[in-house]
Design a protein around this ligand. Structure first.
Ligand SMILES: Cc1ncc(COP(=O)(O)O)c(C=O)c1O
Length: 410
C-alpha cells in the first residue's frame, strides 16, 4: 500500500517522513505484549503484576459523592479556563497544613489537568533551540520530550545508588550548566523511591542562583512519604525565588483518572505556565475541581492511601529479601527499585534489566518494569489489585514461591 500524501509532512520532532515506520517498541508496549503472551500460554498461572504504575483504589467515597452533587449543577457546566478561585484556596490550605508553606492562592497557585500536562508545558515557557534542560534519570520523561520538541537538549543526571539517588550537581559539565535553563527534579523520586532532604534542596537553591536555572520539582508522589513528614521544595528558604513545584492528586488521593493537580511557586513562573496553559486547554471540569476541594480538605485521605502502600511495600521488601534481592524500604512512592538479577542458579544469564524482566514475565508470569538508564534495576509497584490484606498475603506467598524456585543470582 502506498503512503498517504501526508507521510512526508510529519514534523521532524516525531520522526519526520519516517514517522510510524520504525520497529522500535516502547518499553511499556513490550511489557504489555509479554503479559498478553504469558496469559495466553499459561492461563493456569496467575499473573502477578508488579508492573502497574497506577493506584488500584477508587477515589474516596466522599469525593465521589461530592462529584455526583456538583455534576448536576448548571453553574459548573462551562469552560473553567485557568481554574476556580476556590480550588486554589483549597490547594493553599493543603500546602499550609501539610508542608507549612504559605502561598497566595491568587498569584502563586494554578490548577492543571494533572501534572503531566504541566510538565509538558514548562519547556514552552523557557526553551529556545539550543537551550538545555537538566533532568534526572531514570525518571518521568515528559519535560525532556517537550524540551526536544522545542529544539532544546536534555542533559541527563544519573541517579546512582552510591550518591543516594541524588544528582551530582557539582559534576555537571560547564557547557551544559551554562546553557541550562531548567532543572527538573522529582522527589519522592519515581522510580527509586528516594525522598529529598532539606540539605539537598538547599544545595538546589544555591545551584539555581549560581547557574541561573529555574527549578521544576515534580511532587506527584509527595504524600507517599513514609519515614518522615512529607517535604515540599517550597518549604526550604529561598526556593520560591528559583522555582515551582507541580502537585498531583492522582497518587495521594486515588484520583488518577480525574486529571487534577496544581503548580505553585514564584508568581512570575506561575503566571508564565498559566499563560501557556490558557493557550493549550480550557481548564478542568469545575465539578472535578469542586470534588477535589473535598479531597484536599480531608486530611484522612492521604493518611489512608499512604498507610496502605507502606504496608504493601513492607511486605514486598521482606519477601524479596528472603528471595535474595538486595533492597530496603523506600522513603516514598509506591515503587521499589531493586538491582536486577544477572541470572538464575540454573544457568540463565541476563545482559540487562530488560532481559531479566522479560524472563520473569514469559517464564514465571511476574511483571516488573526494567530500568537500565543508571545500572540494571527492576521496579516493583505495589499497586496490584488485592481486595484485602489476606489477598495481599496470598499474592506475596505466590510471588515468593516462584522467585525462590528461580533462585536468582546477582
Ligand atoms: C513522577 C511522576 N510525575 C508525574 C506523573 C503524572 O501524574 P499525573 O499527570 O497523573 O498528575 C507521574 C505519573 O505516573 C509520575 O510518576
Amino acid at each position: 500500500m502506498s503512503d498517504p500524501y501526508f507521510q512526508t509532512l510529519f514534523a521532524e520532532r516525531i520522526g519526520g517522513a519516517r514517522y510510524g515506520k520504525g520497529s522500535d517498541i516502547y518499553k511499556f508496549e513490550k511489557i504489555k505484549r509479554a503479559k498478553r503472551q504469558a496469559l495466553a500460554e499459561h492461563p493456569e498461572r496467575m499473573l502477578i503484576d508488579f508492573g502497574i504504575g497506577e493506584n488500584d483504589g477508587m477515589a474516596p467515597e466522599n469525593v465521589r459523592r461530592s462529584m455526583a452533587e456538583e455534576i448536576g449543577k448548571p453553574e459548573n457546566r462551562g469552560y473553567a479556563d485557568n481554574g476556580i478561585p476556590a480550588f486554589k484556596e483549597a490547594a493553599a490550605r493543603f500546602m499550609q497544613r501539610h508542608f507549612g508553606v504559605t502561598l497566595d492562592p491568587v498569584t502563586e497557585i494554578n490548577h492543571c489537568i494533572g501534572s503531566k500536562p504541566a510538565l509538558a508545558m514548562v519547556p514552552a515557557c523557557f526553551i529556545n533551540p539550543g537551550d538545555v534542560t537538566l533532568m534526572t534519570v531514570p525518571g518521568y520523561p515528559v519535560a525532556g520530550t517537550h524540551t526536544r520538541y522545542y529544539g532544546g537538549e536534555v542533559h541527563r543526571l544519573p541517579l546512582l545508588r552510591e550518591n543516594g539517588f541524588f544528582p551530582d550537581l557539582d559534576g555537571i559539565p560547564a557547557d551544559a550548566a551554562r546553557r541550562a535553563k531548567l532543572l527538573v527534579l522529582n522527589y519522592p523520586n519515581s522510580p527509586t523511591g528516594t525522598v529529598a532532604t532539606r540539605e539537598f534542596y538547599r544545595r538546589v537553591v544555591d545551584f539555581a542562583h549560581r547557574h541561573q536555572v529555574v527549578v521544576v520539582q515534580d511532587a506527584a508522589h509527595t504524600i507517599l512519604t513514609f519515614h518522615e513528614e512529607p517535604l515540599s521544595f517550597l518549604a526550604v528558604p529561598g526556593a520560591k525565588d528559583v522555582g515551582i513545584e507541580i502537585h498531583s492528586m492522582s497518587k495521594g488521593f486515588d484520583m488518577i483518572g480525574w486529571r487534577i493537580g496544581w503548580f505553585c511557586g514564584h508568581p512570575l513562573l506561575v503566571q508564565a505556565l498559566a499563560d501557556v496553559k490558557d493557550n493549550s486547554d480550557s481548564g478542568q471540569f469545575i465539578a472535578i475541581q469542586k470534588a477535589a476541594i473535598t479531597a484536599l480538605d480531608d486530611p484522612t485521605i492521604p493518611v489512608r492511601v499512604r498507610e496502605k502502600y507502606r504496608r504493601r511495600l513492607e511486605k514486598l521488601v521482606a519477601m524479596l529479601r528472603r528471595c535474595g534481592f538486595t533492597c530496603e524500604m523506600p522513603g516514598g512512592s509506591y515503587f521499589l527499585y531493586a538491582p536486577a538479577p544477572t541470572g538464575t542458579a540454573d544457568g540463565h544469564r541476563f545482559e540487562n534489566a530488560e532481559a531479566a524482566s522479560q524472563y520473569l514475565i514469559h517464564e514465571h508470569s511476574i511483571v516488573t518494569v526494567p530500568w537500565d538508564d543508571a545500572g540494571p534495576h527492576l521496579r516493583f509497584s505495589v499497586t496490584y489489585e488485592a481486595a484485602d490484606e489476606r489477598a495481599e498475603d496470598a499474592l506475596m506467598a505466590a510471588a515468593e514461591e516462584r522467585l525462590r524456585a528461580i533462585r536468582p543470582v546477582f
